[in-house]
Design a protein around this ligand. Structure first.
Ligand code: MG
Length: 460
């Protein structure tokens, strides 16, 4: 813990959904769900309007549809998210050289390295308000919530206290007071299973936890986990802001002499691989936030998909469930010759939940998943990939200009013609092989040094 509140955590609000609402005027103020739209897809981000119906990230899309059937369910547009993210990170780096991105929509900033005249609460408050205003400006209207405190833990807790579009500075010396009434799950590393163990021991709040001796906690939860919680319950957290955190990953893949064609077999392969990955993570004392799959099709096209959780996991069932959800978004009907599962974004947060198979959402809001959801099909892929007009994707019509896929099926694709710069636009339908309609991609290619997040189909 530092003497000053100099660790800043910025978290964009409902990021993916907010980008969609920005770029699709007809969806502003309406429930929007971004994620896998297929039968077994998973929600990446829900807009605040959708959250009112109980839609949450990492929930199955099926469940989300039953809770909020009138929401717009969109696959993601990764290029748009990455572009907005890059602009935000640039603003943060202009404030301090020490910026540690946690995902596309979230980062720590070390204000102690920002060259400020002092690190008093009024000074850091002013810096944060300016930062929020600039983020709003460079992203054409996205909002961010910011927390500032004496450690990463407190900064992250603080950014969640006044969401959306909020700023909370936790004054030095008030940390423990802030944490005491909170439920133990506010502590990174306390997932549902750990919370349940603690509950059975009569420990509900951080104040309860603070009263438990170190020995007792170690007895209850094991050495590393118990000691970690003991420190965090006292707001003791000395982790530095690390701009060049190594991106490590643990993955397992297998190739097959005979193409796999049965979806059930592919799922059981992924489940087994997820088990291997989770075992290796635990053996190295690691956990990660991003789960990826790699799929090589019969024609050697290699596809990658990934999804990111709000807090790290090392549990086989979580990795397996997400991997199967990612597979469900791909057309594998032609057969598959390679399958793989990986976990990256490895963290030094204390282990999420060594005892159970739950998600264990961290202290952040539920929107932090920065799911690299299925991308717009690229021209040049086999025709069967191009037939998939995914809801939400950008398109351009030879006569009518730019719009987005509102829905598709039974040989028809429906497009709403609007962009961020236009008013709410009209809806028109076309045959799904109408040559006048093509996917739209931003003109400039992504920077070669952009953070590598596998998301788009790439040739083998
Ligand atoms: Mg966020």
């Amino acid at each position: 813990m530092r003497p000053d509140a100099s660790v800043l955590h910025l978290d964009l609000d409902a990021f993916f959904a907010a980008v969609e609402q920005r770029d699709k005027p007809s969806l502003r103020g309406k429930p929007v769900v971004v994620g896998g739209v297929g039968g077994r897809g998973v929600v990446a981000t829900a807009s605040y309007e959708a959250r009112r119906y109980g839609v949450r990230s990492a929930m199955s899309t099926r469940e989300a549809r039953s809770r909020c059937p009138h929401a717009a369910f969109l696959t993601g547009r990764f290029h748009a998210y990455r572009e907005a993210s890059e602009r935000v990170m640039e603003v943060l780096r202009s404030v301090s050289p020490l910026v540690e991105p946690l995902s596309l929509d979230e980062a720590f900033v070390d204000l102690a390295a920002a060259g400020l005249p002092d690190l008093s609460v009024p000074t850091v408050t002013e810096v944060a308000e300016e930062m929020r205003a600039r983020v709003h400006e460079v992203t054409d209207g996205l909002t961010a919530s910011v927390g500032i405190g004496t450690s990463k833990f407190i900064a992250k807790v603080a950014s969640d206290l006044d969401k959306p579009d909020g700023l909370v500075v936790v004054a030095p010396g008030t940390e423990v007071e802030l944490l005491r009434p909170m439920h133990v799950t506010v502590i990174p590393g306390v997932g549902p299973a750990t919370a349940e163990r603690l509950r059975r021991a009569g420990i509900h709040t951080v104040a309860d936890l603070e009263r438990v001796s170190l020995d007792e906690l170690v007895r209850l939860l094991g050495k590393a986990h118990g000691a970690g919680l003991w420190s965090l319950a006292r707001a003791e957290d000395d982790r530095p802001v690390e701009p060049d955190r190594e991106t490590k990953s643990v993955s397992v893949e297998g190739t097959y002499d005979t193409d796999l064609t049965d979806r059930k077999v592919m799922e059981s392969v992924l489940t087994r691989q997820a088990g291997d990955v989770a075992r290796r993570l635990r053996a190295s004392g690691l956990s990660g936030r991003t789960v990826s799959i790699k799929v090589r099709l019969y024609d050697f096209t290699t596809l990658s998909r990934s999804t990111t959780l709000s807090s790290p996991t090392d549990t086989a069932s979580t990795v397996a469930r997400l991997a199967r959800g990612l597979l469900a978004e791909l057309d594998t009907s032609g057969g598959v010759r390679l399958l793989g599962v990986g976990v990256s974004g490895l963290a030094d947060w204390i282990q999420e939940d060594l005892f159970g198979d739950d998600f264990g959402d961290g202290p952040g809001d539920a929107d932090e998943a920065d799911d690299a959801v299925p991308e717009v099909p690229l021209p040049g892929l086999p025709a069967r990939h191009r037939s998939g007009w995914a809801p939400g994707m950008d398109v351009v019509h030879a006569d009518l200009g730019r719009g987005w896929v509102w829905g598709a099926g039974r040989g028809v694709v429906t497009v709403r013609f609007e962009t961020a710069e236009t008013p709410s636009g009209p809806v028109r339908s076309f045959a799904d092989d109408d040559p006048a309609l093509t996917p739209w991609r931003p003109p400039e290619p992504p920077a070669p040094d952009a953070p590598v997040t596998p998301q788009s189909p790439t040739p083998a």
